[in-house]
Ligand binder design. Structure first.
Ligand code: UGA
Length: 448
């Protein structure tokens, strides 16, 4: 079995490498010579735990190779996966499918013998059908079938998500293509991973529905957190109580500063567009998008309020700028909203992130990038935790307290306990958890 993987971005590189681990011969293709040169030297274009080692292992085993030539990779392939980027178009933010269709044309020109062409990038409903049409048009004599095989990888956990997925979704209308796909996913099939065969459109929609539902779950618990703050509830306990109901499940119920990343914001917006275009508006997702946008901005307002209503001339230290831990990706990260808003309000911002500072420095101006959390805390009037990196979970709080100008922490990932912060004399705010008030204050409030 031979596979060509077109596109060495996140999905392409991880999937190609993992297919090689399944024992398949994989050639990864990218048009960008520099990217292929780096990969040939064993350098990874992205940060993903475990990827570098796995690529090295598969290259050494002779199952994984890299090239800039689509023709060379496609000629002998039994299946060709399209995993190229679909960035939002500048003028209307809809997914730009130019690279997908270009890849389809190139595949059609060079494929030999029966070939299964698989769309792996997240694409609007109808794209696989259009790929089929383009290939038919380019090669009316071509012996091929098209499949949609959406990817459900999480950044930072991509390899284990690929190797041990909850399910694999394969959209195809051809029994012959089903057999090829079953052979490709054989190791998972033997592991009893559910493999869901559907039509093309259903597979495409499954991906959007899954991401939109997860984004909805997060946004739901974020709004419940707001309510907890008002009524004196604890959102973590509410989430646990809810999540123990098997019908709900406990995952993706961590309240925080709003979801970000390269997927949820883009895919929820795309689903709205698809719904509109087909006359089936997605009102719930529309609210989710609106609430989440507002939430990321609201985090800056919370910091300002915690600082007594103004941050003018104050030093605000930020811990974490990536959209979540274990990635250097800052796309749509809460930091992109919070830092500029604090700066606009007159704050001087210093920040540290274990791996995302280089990418962030290209997007954010006038931020002092620090070597660690203690450097950030030095002289700060507030410390804001935006990403729950492990190294921020066990800070030496005594040292932090000594270094700070004002002992004030805004923990937007709830990685510390209010009691602990209180006992160390910090003024501490978190998400959806009641403030701990000294007994005197409670009585004062009750009187008021
Ligand atoms: C997401 C999905 O989880 C993957 O299944 C999917 O394949 C991927 O998008 C994709 O479409 O390619 P990813 O964007 O890598 O994966 O990250 P997540 O772990 O899902 O986190 C997304 C955002 O939600 C982050 O900002 C995270 O901090 C936030 N989040 C997540 C919460 O605020 N609370 C939670 O309980 C979970």
């Amino acid at each position: 079995m031979r596979i060509a993987m077109i596109g060495t971005g996140y999905v392409g590189l991880v999937s190609g490498t993992c297919f090689a681990e399944f024992g398949i011969d994989v050639t990864c293709v990218d048009k960008v010579q520099g990217k292929i040169d780096r990969l040939l030297k064993g350098e990874m274009p992205i940060y993903e735990p475990g990827l570098e080692e796995l690529v090295a292992k598969q290259v050494k085993a002779g199952r994984l190779s890299f090239t800039t030539s689509t023709a060379d990779a496609v000629r002998d392939a039994d299946a060709v996966f399209i995993a190229v980027g679909t960035p939002p178009r500048r003028f209307d933010r809809a997914a730009d499918l130019t690279f997908i269709y270009q890849a389809a044309r190139e595949i059609a020109e060079t494929m030999q013998g029966y070939t299964v062409i698989v769309t792996k990038s997240t694409v609007p409903v109808g794209t696989a059908r259009e790929v089929e049409r383009i290939i038919c048009e380019t090669r009316p004599d071509g012996d091929f079938d098209v499949c949609s095989n959406p990817e459900f990888l999480r950044e930072g956990a991509a390899i284990s998500d690929f190797m041990r997925p909850d399910r694999v979704v394969i959209g195809t209308e051809s029994a012959r293509a089903q057999e090829v796909m079953r052979a490709i996913y054989r190791p998972l099939y033997l592991n009893e991973t559910p493999i869901v065969f559907t039509g093309l459109e259903t597979a495409e929609l499954s991906k959007y529905a899954a991401n939109a539902f997860l984004a909805t779950k997060i946004t739901f618990i974020n709004e419940i957190a707001n309510l907890c703050e008002k009524v004196g509830g604890n959102v973590q306990d509410v989430a646990r109580a809810m999540g123990l109901d098997n019908r709900i499940g406990g995952k993706f119920l961590h309240a925080g500063p709003g979801y970000g990343g390269s997927c949820f914001p883009k895919d929820t917006e795309a689903l709205l567009r698809i719904g509109e275009e087909h006359g089936a508006p997605q009102h719930i997702v529309e609210s989710v998008v609106k609430v989440n946008e507002e939430r990321r901005r609201d985090m800056a307002r919370r910091v300002i309020a915690a600082c007594g209503g103004s941050v003018r001339g104050k030093k605000i230290g930020v811990l974490g700028v990536s959209f979540k831990p274990n990635t250097d990706d800052i796309r749509e990260a809460p930091s992109l909203y919070v830092l500029p808003l604090l700066q606009a309000a007159g704050a001087v911002v210093a920040a540290h992130d274990p791996v995302a500072m280089e990418t962030a420095a290209q997007e954010m101006e006038n931020v002092t990038w620090c070597k660690d959390a203690y450097d950030v805390a030095a002289g700060a009037d507030a410390l804001v935790i935006l990403t729950e990196w492990n190294e921020f979970r066990a800070l030496d709080l005594g040292r932090i307290a000594e270094l700070m100008h004002e002992k004030r922490i805004c923990d937007f990932r709830n990685i510390y306990k209010p009691e602990e912060m209180e006992s160390r004399g910090f003024s501490y705010i978190s998400i959806g958890r009641p403030e701990i008030l000294p007994a005197g204050d409670i009585r004062k409030r009750a009187k008021a």
